[in-house]
Design a binder for this molecule. Structure first.
Ligand SMILES: Nc1ncnc2c1ncn2[C@@H]1O[C@H](COP(=O)(O)OP(=O)(O)OP(=O)(O)O)[C@@H](O)[C@H]1O
Length: 304
């Protein structure tokens, strides 16, 4: 449904996208991750035709991206582009006309879309009186008004509370059941884990890793991440080295990659003689893979 081939973009002498290639299958939700400045918004702007790549191609459906494919794409940008003093219905009407819908089609679609994002009862309410979550839902309605085949969601739930976030997740899942392809960017890794069938990790404009959650997880050769609190970190690291467990620091906490799924007793036995204040075990998560990929250009390797 979307194919990027060898996209390159520089701002001045600074490379922002470096031979970026990826493709999205029809109906999939693809998560594009990367630290601030990785090039996600630049990629989106190129797909939408707001920016021109220096080289490379964008194909949407079976055609090169351009005038002919504009109507196939809907975008929900990072910041809402809504008019605060206009009602929900007037905002959508405006966007519908921009996308080239007829007045009649606009009128029909506005109600359908407001209903699909559960805002029909706010139809005549000015946007400035809506909560942040409702405004994001209205932005989503604006993105799907013209029935695009590809929807691009740029950090759709940033800044929302968990309830509002869950409402949006439900809407995004509905896109999948409607056969709409979704490209989603987010810094919320649990969101990406929940929603996306495939995930790409971008760093300095390069796609460093791509795959299903399982494929990405397998980049970390561990069954479990074991996080410890100890007054003797050096002793704990030395023991982990003897055991062949790579160590990492996550948010200031010392953690080990443990290759086997051990009973707690066996795990404690292995750290016998080291004073541990607490020990916590978790499965390998996207967060661990993401930190590994974005922090270490050479890929997964032992720190210890
Ligand atoms: N108009 C511009 N002129 C010069 N540099 C730019 C311009 N727009 C973006 N950049 C730079 O390009 C790089 C990629 O920016 P981009 O906004 O695509 O990153 P991002 O992955 O979307 O980041 P974020 O997660 O913060 O939204 C950054 O280093 C940014 O400073």
């Amino acid at each position: 449904m979307l194919k990027l081939a060898n996209l390159c973009k520089r701002y001045g002498s600074k490379p922002v996208l470096q031979n970026l290639s990826l493709s999205l299958q029809p109906g999939e939700i693809y998560g594009l991750l990367g630290p601030n400045g990785a090039g996600k918004t630049t990629t989106i702007n190129i797909i939408c035709g707001l920016l021109k790549a220096d080289s490379g191609t964008v194909t949407i459906g079976d055609r090169p991206a351009g005038e002919a494919t504009k109507a196939w794409v809907g975008v929900m940008p990072q910041s809402n582009l809504l008019y605060g003093s206009l009602t929900c219905s007037d905002n959508l009407f405006f966007f519908g006309r921009l996308y080239g819908l007829s007045r009649q089609d606009c009128q029909r679609r506005v109600d359908v879309c407001l209903e699909s994002v559960q805002l029909l009862d706010k139809k005549h309410v000015p946007v400035e009186r809506l909560s942040g979550g409702m405004q994001r839902r209205l932005s989503m309605a604006a993105a799907i008004l013209h029935r695009p085949k590809l929807v691009i969601l740029d950090e759709p739930t940033t800044g929302l509370d968990i309830e509002a976030r869950q409402e949006l997740w439900q809407l995004i899942r509905q896109f999948k059941s409607m056969g709409v392809t979704v490209l989603l960017t987010s810094h919320l890794l649990d969101e990406v884990e929940r929603l996306c069938q495939r995930i790409g990790i971008l760093r300095l404009g390069e796609l460093l890793a791509e795959g299903t959650l399982e494929e990405l997880r397998s980049r970390i050769p561990a069954q479990e991440i074991v996080t410890v609190e100890t007054k003797d970190p050096q002793g704990a690291v030395a023991r982990a080295r003897q055991l062949g467990y790579p160590h990492r620091t996550y948010g200031g906490d010392l953690a080990f990659w443990v290759p086997d799924q051990l009973e707690l007793k066996d795990l404690l036995d292995r750290f016998d003689g080291i004073s541990l204040d607490s020990i916590a075990r978790s499965p390998v998560k996207l967060e661990h893979v993401y930190l590994e990929v974005t922090r270490q250009p050479e890929g997964v390797g032992g720190e210890g």
